[in-house]
Design a protein around this ligand. Structure first.
Ligand code: FAD
Ligand code: NAP
Length: 339
């Protein structure tokens, strides 16, 4: 376990906003957690790679950096393999590792930044696939009861960019490993708009799907190394039948997709664009020119600059469409103002 005092967090969040922590612990082994004095949700914070968080303030207490590594095949049957992954493994490296070994199901989730331990927190998803489809269980340390707990997938309450770990009390568990049930036979998932076109064929290999997703993402999404960002800043609103019909009566051209539960998902990017906000800049904080759902730090923006811009976007969208956009990343502040 490594400890630093008065740590700089600006390189530990992909927005690249300035912030400091009183202490920083790198948790490399599960046992490290037992040596810590405890976790105070009002002062402390767990971070993976910081790619889904906006820091509005310094962290007064301790940042626990999850760095627990390891990928182990636990069991293999005819067409399935059960894999345990340390929460500190890089997600994209895990996807590459799985594709290389013929363990399938993660190809569409290539190039999502962050660590494996954060993947269940918002049930990461892309190109028509969510973690929920392959997650078997999550092992975590329960700060409140000082014991290890295993959540089977249904206990995680995974939803659209949501889980029990994102709900209140949000910081109760430190995830130390996840188990994934992957397939040894490959079935391509190509229903998502643009994927078939990128591939140019209807029965691709797993390597080809992986490469197509990587290529699409590199082309379409702003790179945090060039302009700090946390990916999509707003979730796509999902409305029930009555609300969806009202919205479509007044805005029939809004892109929307029916959901399995009967709701309808609307494109938040289209709403932001319709408000004329794509590329809108306020100081060093901006709505990306490349992608209306992404807020970017053009250099020198603070967390609060970006948050003010997010409020402007929410007000304009609410004014025009009557929809309250919900931020997707965690908004970290010392008071309860926004989190
Ligand atoms: P962090 O940002 O460090 O943490 C996120 C939250 O999880 C925080 O609340 C933190 O406290 C908590 N947390 C982290 N680790 C643990 C742990 N071990 N135990 C308990 N709590 C923990 N997301 C998608 O779903 N799909 C995408 O396609 C996608 N694309 C992205 C593209 C870009 C360019 C960027 C910058 C982000 C994108 N994201 C996407 C968002 C982000 O990559 C994911 O949410 C990712 O899982 C966050 O991982 P992280 O390790 O960086 O988490
Ligand atoms: P895109 O293909 O330009 O689509 C824009 C939005 O439309 C996405 O948010 C997506 O919703 C929705 N959409 C498009 N086709 C859909 C379909 N067939 N069915 C249902 N919804 C559809 O998206 P993009 O921004 O380039 O991203 C590609 C994929 O990577 C998306 O799945 C996106 O979620 C994911 N991604 C996520 C983040 C993040 O931070 N969460 C960042 C970058 C990319 P969904 O978001 O629900 O898929």
């Amino acid at each position: 376990m490594k400890l630093r005092q008065q740590a700089d967090l600006s390189t530990l969040n992909t927005f690249g906003v300035p912030a400091r922590a009183g202490f920083l612990f790198e948790v490399e082994r599960e046992e490290d957690l037992l040596e810590l004095p405890g976790f105070r949700p009002e002062r402390d914070l767990v971070l993976g790679q910081g790619s889904n968080i906006l820091l509005l303030d310094d962290v007064r207490g301790t940042v626990l950096l999850n760095r627990i590594r390891g990928i182990e095949r636990l069991d293999q049957s005819d067409d399935q393999v059960l894999v345990e992954v340390g929460a500190g493994e890089n997600w994209h490296a895990l996807v590459e590792h799985a594709v290389a070994r013929g363990w399938h199901g993660l190809e569409n989730l290539a190039l999502i930044p962050g660590l494996a331990g954060a993947a269940p927190v918002q049930n990461i998803g892309a190109y028509g696939v969510e973690l929920a489809e392959v997650l078997e269980s999550v092992t975590a340390w329960d700060w409140q009861e000082a014991r290890w707990v295993v959540f089977q997938a249904p206990d995680c309450r995974l939803g659209y960019r949501d889980s029990i770990f994102k709900q209140q009390p949000r910081d109760r568990w430190f995830i130390t490993s996840i188990r994934l049930r992957l397939c040894t036979r490959f079935t391509p998932r190509l229903e998502y708009t643009g994927l078939k076109e990128e591939l140019g064929c209807v029965s691709p290999t797993a390597e080809e799907v992986f490469a197509a997703v990587v290529a699409l993402r590199r082309r379409k999404l702003p790179d945090p190394a060039q302009a700090g960002n946390a990916g999509s800043f707003f979730k796509n609103p999902v409305l029930d039948a009555a609300a969806a019909s009202t919205l479509l009566n007044s805005h029939p051209d809004l892109p929307h997709w029916p959901q399995a539960d009967g709701g309808t998902k609307f494109s938040a990017a289209a709403m932001i664009q319709a408000c004329g906000l794509k590329g809108h800049q306020a100081g060093a904080a901006a709505v990306s020119n490349q992608h209306a759902l992404v807020l970017v730090n053009r250099g020198g923006a603070t967390g609060r600059d970006l948050w003010h811009l997010a409020q402007l976007v929410r007000e304009r969208v609410a004014g025009r469409f009557g929809i309250e956009l919900e931020p997707e990343p965690r908004i970290f502040a010392n008071s309860q103002e926004s989190t």
